[in-house]
Design a protein around this ligand. Structure first.
Ligand SMILES: NC(=O)c1ccc[n+]([C@@H]2O[C@H](COP(=O)([O-])OP(=O)(O)OC[C@H]3O[C@@H](n4cnc5c(N)ncnc54)[C@H](OP(=O)(O)O)[C@@H]3O)[C@@H](O)[C@H]2O)c1
Length: 277
């Protein structure tokens, strides 16, 4: 039994699809609200809350593999409960910032979860993805409601990754031998700037998306009201305020693990055009 956490999210929903198509069975998807989950045929929806490890008993019962998102809850307790339930292998989604920006608080927290997993007695595979192409969904509401996107750092190109490629790597790590004890840095196939992303989104919409460049201060004001000061600063650093060679580098890990070239941002925009209409 494979238990997939975050099963209704960007990576998790693609991972359920991957596992379904690969005929991997049985698979269970975790959600806080099974009534709203729509999973591929044959995949069981199970309720549980990652902030309360005691709520995961039914989800973990019989599970031998676990796909876990870092930073969602009480990881020390979750890993202990998984071990007790008989889980043998955990595929963890951490973040590239563990190595590119270790000074940021969220990176430190992800690194701590990686070490908890390595010390857990279970086999592990760690995925360290870069910025997700799906972060662009933040703009979807601006495009729908105001028809214009306002963002800072429009000319910094980062190798954003399609979450389906993280799922593809996770599926291979969960179902094929040779991936235990490995840490994979995952990026998209090329760097894309904000302007490139808007052009790709506009091509899907069939019209140009108007864009206004804003400064860090204004962006910080908007973001801090949603996520707090510290997180807004960290996100702005990663978007362009404090990028470094390690964050800019393109890796071919997706191809090496899955045999398929990583999907482009254009592909992601085409797969998700409906969100912008
Ligand atoms: N965005 C980036 O650029 C980036 C970069 C590197 C790493 N990451 C990492 O990627 C992960 C996010 O992946 P994603 O984009 O696929 O996620 P997502 O689309 O944001 O979805 C989050 C999922 O987690 C579930 N969830 C949230 N709180 C929960 C809780 N308390 N208990 C149980 N389930 C809960 C939600 O399911 P329900 O609502 O159905 O319960 C949802 O399916 C995080 O670990 C993040 O640190 C993100």
């Amino acid at each position: 039994m494979i238990l997939v956490t975050g099963a209704t999210g960007n990576i998790g929903s693609a991972l359920l699809e991957e596992l379904h198509l690969a005929g991997a069975a049985p698979v269970r998807g975790l959600t806080r609200d099974a009534a709203h989950a729509s999973f591929p045929e044959g995949i069981e929806a199970v309720e549980g809350d990652l902030t309360r490890a005691d709520s995961l008993k039914a989800a973990l019962a019989g599970a031998r593999s676990l796909f876990l998102l870092s930073g969602m809850g009480a990881e020390a307790e979750i890993l202990a409960a998984a071990r007790r339930a008989g889980v043998e292998h955990v595929v963890l989604v951490s973040s590239i910032t563990v190595e590119t920006h270790p000074h940021l608080p969220a990176a430190g927290e992800n690194l701590a979860v990686e070490w908890l997993l390595k010390d857990s007695g279970m086999a592990w595979t760690i995925l360290r993805p870069t910025q997700f192409a799906s972060n662009t969904l933040w703009w979807a509401r601006e495009i729908r409601e105001r028809g214009v996107v306002r963002a800072p750092y429009p000319d910094i190109g980062l190798p954003a990754i399609h979450p389906a490629d993280i799922a593809a790597v996770a599926r291979v790590a969960l179902t094929e031998p040779g991936h235990q004890g490995r840490t994979y840095v995952l990026t998209g196939p090329e760097r894309v700037t904000v302007r490139d992303q808007l052009a790709a989104s506009g091509a899907v919409l069939g019209r140009a998306v108007p864009f206004v460049e804003i400064g860090r201060q204004e962006a910080h004001r908007q973001m801090a009201s949603l996520m707090g000061d510290e997180a807004a600063d960290a996100v702005l650093d990663l978007m362009g305020g404090d990028v470094n060679d390690a964050l800019l580098a393109v890796h071919d890990t997706v191809f090496r693990v899955t045999g398929a070239v990583a999907r482009s941002f254009r592909q992601w925009a085409s797969d998700n055009g409906a969100a912008f209409r």
